[in-house]
Design a protein around this ligand. Structure first.
Ligand SMILES: [Zn+2]
Length: 648
């Protein structure tokens, strides 16, 4: 399992062979790192920042900048090691890990005690005897722990000791790629001291861990250059968004956005350089994911909020840059201080403090989101207010936050994604007919209620079948559309449905109580329909629940000796009280059966419901209510004629 197939990565010039390990090995590696995370962090000490400490890189930048800017600091030496990962001395590494992090030792020993086979595509094979293997999830922690002793040795006299002890561990400093950032008045002196080392010397400053340390002028140059390259990447993402908006949006939120966030958190005073990015986000990216719609200023502010507040989590960077830098300083201040003090031993309480402080900052962020939202809501029309209410409901943004996986049926095409987006903000939807087949004016709300074409019942059946399917996992005797027992003279409350053919949507045994049969009925309502427009959302759900209850409750209790619960939801998400209780109970049962945390099941059910409702709504909106093909005259009786074989 330790052998790997090599894939050449174009490094222009030359190639770097990337080893991609067996999936099983990657899974094992990931599991081990996740279980041993605390051990790894603890044994790597507080100076080794690539072992998985939260905010480790940010702390390194903060500490280094602070150290360099101090009066008595003369220079900053940035050492580059040649092919660091691949040349780590394996024997030394295995020995170090054995004594520093015993918990990790056995697995690492088994993986690395003999040279692993690296297969070259198209034939050939190399034995890898040094370093950690690329593609191994343990590569980073193993490297981090394996090289730790060097950090203890070089605490002082870094330069001399690194070149003396480094190579023994497989750490070979590369002077031509190393830089000395020196204070201007010491430049000449530095030049003399480092004369024969081939180390580059500068007074301007250098990029460091994705940030910059040095003079303001050079910072401006570096940051502008970086932003320029990010700008090009973002424009490419806009291009993708035009045909695959869901993938582009997901890519932005889960990955690309973090590039800016990191830059803002580690580099002070870059607010003004972020303007071009904000412009692209507002003028290109947002229109690209919303079918060309350009947002007003308040609309832009709304989408900058997290999805749980009805936004899209696409921040206005210049507004948050300074605050994010401040947050990062606060979060990392104590770890950074330990780096400055060259404290080698790790202190787990500091690591936990980072988490607490991160949480504090997220609360502060949240407060400001709430303030912005409150202000925006004051100027919203009743319709937009209601749309925002819905967008804030639990689970109603799942279609935005889920990773678009085709296998899990979470992938939307551009039309679906655009419509979903315009739906969410009650924006005008393009390419709709003006009149419906039924003769009435066609708009979004008519589409959600028009019975023509059978889409309304499709929507209902879809939700019914989905809930019944999940129920079937945990209950016996699940039945779809169970017929109710006929009446034989029983007295029911007046409003009851007493027709003999009455059916409910689904039933199951042992759901609420052992042995009892539970009946359910689903209803999907449009909260923007004329009759609901004036009511509060809770009342809309409650009234619909009551209607169902008065029709069936007494009949189910008296005649079936069972229980009845209406599952009422709106086509924008949001479930009534009884439906919510049903979902939570179902989740609890599923959680026990599958041995998964309950909240994960709840969010799974919400996601499934969200996608089903969205798809159903889009079908109501875009489905063809008139059969154009009827005009074509195809007589199915001709099948026989066509298939007559000539009889030679
Ligand atoms: Zn109609």
């Amino acid at each position: 399992m330790v052998k790997q197939v090599l894939i050449p990565l174009n490094k222009n010039p030359g190639v770097r062979p990337i080893g991609v390990g067996e999936v099983l090995r990657r899974i094992i590696g990931k599991s081990i790192t996740s279980v041993l995370q605390e051990d790894i962090i603890e044994s790597a000490g507080s100076l080794q920042l690539c072992a998985g400490q939260p905010a480790g890189c940010e702390a390194a930048v903060t500490a280094t900048r602070k150290l360099f800017e101090e009066e008595e600091s003369d220079a900053l030496l940035l050492v580059d090691a040649t092919n660091a990962f691949n040349s780590l001395n394996r024997e030394a590494m295995l020995n170090n890990i054995k004594s520093i992090c015993p918990a990790l030792s056995t697995y690492v020993y088994n993986c690395y005690c003999t040279p692993s086979r690296l297969l070259i595509m198209g034939g050939g094979e190399i034995a890898s005897a040094e370093g950690t293997t690329q593609g191994d999830p343990l590569a980073m922690p193993v490297y981090a722990v394996g090289i730790t002793p060097l950090m203890t040795i070089i605490k002082k006299e870094a330069l001399g000791k690194t070149s003396k002890f480094g190579p023994k561990l497989g750490y070979n400093p590369n002077p031509s790629k190393s830089w000395l950032v020196v204070k201007p008045e010491l430049y000449n002196e530095a030049k003399q001291i480092f004369e024969n080392t081939r180390i580059n010397i500068t007074v301007k400053g250098r990029a460091y861990l994705g940030s910059f340390i040095g003079t303001n002028e050079e910072k401006e140059l570096t940051v502008t250059k970086k932003i320029q390259s990010l700008k090009e990447e973002l424009l490419r993402l806009c291009q993708i968004a035009r045909s695959e908006p869901q993938a582009a949006y997901c890519g932005f939120i889960t990955g690309f956005k973090n590039k800016f966030m990191y830059l803002m958190r580690t580099t002070p005073g870059i607010k003004q350089y972020l303007k071009p990015i904000d412009e692209i986000l507002t003028n290109d990216f947002l229109p690209a994911i919303s079918d060309g719609h350009t947002l007003s200023e308040s609309g832009r502010l709304l989408v900058s909020l997290p999805t749980r507040y009805g936004g899209l989590a696409i921040p206005i960077l210049k507004d948050i840059a300074d605050k994010e830098f401040e947050f990062s300083q606060y979060i990392t201040s104590n770890i950074a201080q330990r780096i400055i003090d060259q404290e080698t031993k790790s202190d787990m309480s500091q690591i936990h403090q980072v988490k607490t402080r991160k949480f504090e900052c997220s609360i502060k962020r949240d407060t400001s989101y709430k303030e912005i939202l409150e202000k925006l809501r004051r100027d919203m029309t009743p319709e937009k207010l209601r749309a925002n209410d819905f967008a804030q409901l639990k689970g109603s943004s799942s279609w935005l936050t889920s990773i678009p996986l085709k296998e899990d049926n979470l992938l939307l095409n551009k039309r679906e994604f655009f419509d979903g987006m315009l739906f969410r903000y009650r924006l005008p939807i393009k390419f709709l007919p003006s009149t419906c087949v039924c003769g009435l004016k066609f708009d979004v709300d008519h589409a959600m209620t028009c019975k023509k074409g059978g889409f309304i019942s499709c929507r209902h059946d879809e939700i019914r079948d989905m809930l019944a399917k999940m129920l079937d996992e945990v209950c016996r005797d699940v039945e779809i559309e169970p017929a109710l027992l006929p009446l034989t003279g029983e007295t029911l409350i007046k409003t009851s449905n007493i027709t003999n053919e009455a059916r409910l949507d689904f039933s199951a045994r042992d759901f609420w109580n052992r042995g009892e049969r539970a009946f359910f009925d689903v209803r999907v309502v449009n909260p923007f329909a004329q009759r609901h427009k004036q009511q509060k959302l809770e009342s809309v759900l409650k009234n619909n629940e009551r209607e169902k209850k008065t029709a069936y409750n007494s009949r189910v209790i008296i005649i079936e000796h069972g229980s009845f619960a209406p599952v009422v939801m709106t086509n924008y998400g949001g479930i009534g009280r009884e439906g919510e209780h049903f979902v939570k109970t179902l989740a609890k049962k599923l959680a026990t059966k599958k041995n998964i945390v309950e909240c994960k099941i709840v969010s799974f059910i919400r996601t499934k419901l969200c996608f089903a409702l969205l798809r159903a709504s889009l079908l109501c909106l875009r489905g063809t209510r008139v059969l154009n093909v009827k005009k074509l005259n195809i007589d199915l009786n001709e099948i026989e004629l066509v298939n007559v074989q000539p009889n030679y």
